[in-house]
Design a binder for this molecule. Sequence first.
Ligand code: GTP
Ligand code: MG
Ligand code: ZN
Length: 289
Amino acid sequence: MKKVQTGQVIEFYSNSCLVETEFGQVSSMAIKNIVVGDYVELEIIQDSKALKGKILNILERQTKLSKIDGDKSKLFAANISHVGIIATPSPKTSLEFIDKWILKSKLSNIVPFIINNKLDLESDQEYKDKLDVYRKIDITIINCSAKYGDNINDLIMFLKNKSILFVGNSGAGKSSLSSRLIGKSLKTNNLSNNQGVHTTSLSSLYALENNTKIIDSPGMRDIQINNYPKEQIIYGFEEILNASKYCKFSDCNHINNEGCFVMKCLNNGQINQSRYNNFIKFRDDERYK
Ligand SMILES: Nc1nc2c(ncn2[C@@H]2O[C@H](COP(=O)(O)OP(=O)(O)OP(=O)(O)O)[C@@H](O)[C@H]2O)c(=O)[nH]1
Ligand SMILES: [Mg+2]
Ligand SMILES: [Zn+2]
């Protein structure tokens, strides 16, 4: 065995991490700024019992996702190709949550899609109609039930050759879905039992068949988007970006300028009201600055 190997970080703790290599999983000392999904070079140290690793360096990242911690931006996942936004009727996923993740993914060169989970629950028509908005703007939506397995095969086919980070509110079913796909039970956040909850507290990457990699992550109460410059917000709203090319003035604010094509599309229903509202809110509202 060569002393220096490459591998991918599948779990990360405060100062160590687990790296998947050709020779199995190697527990390693971490170096600064390592995150789940990173490809690393590591030196293998033959301990008396197990293989141990020492990470030497991080290979160039294809994509990065970061979150805001205080006033600093902190990386939390690397080399993701897709973000799977898990939407549920209960707990009810807000369209703001979905729009924020679409924005964040697009600005990170990652493809967002929606997993409409808990298909088995009686879901209200209003909720289904709400999600339909995204079908119209070319975001893939896959309906499934992580709990009962409905439609899981469609999801498996879609996930082929992709590296996916599952995001969703706590209780949306990220761990249930990961368990279903891995075929092994992970601790889930059982909302109704009284033996305590199992909210995920650590991101873990699992390599599956078909060159699929999934990351189960802790539920995020909120995601911050206030690190993005005002002019970039429109890139999370492709239908608005496309319409804006036909506005009379190139510096149109898309609110009350003469000849605004975005407003025209909003008024004739081609642009959805909630998408428009979130665009204006993320761009102009002080709470997002
Ligand atoms: N009815 C129904 N319940 C589901 C489905 N998927 C998950 N659940 C339930 O929802 C609860 C939460 O599921 P988890 O998988 O722990 O949710 P999570 O997104 O991992 O939650 P956090 O780790 O807290 O972020 C559990 O009680 C699951 O059994 C589903 O398709 N249908
Ligand atoms: Mg979980
Ligand atoms: Zn305009």
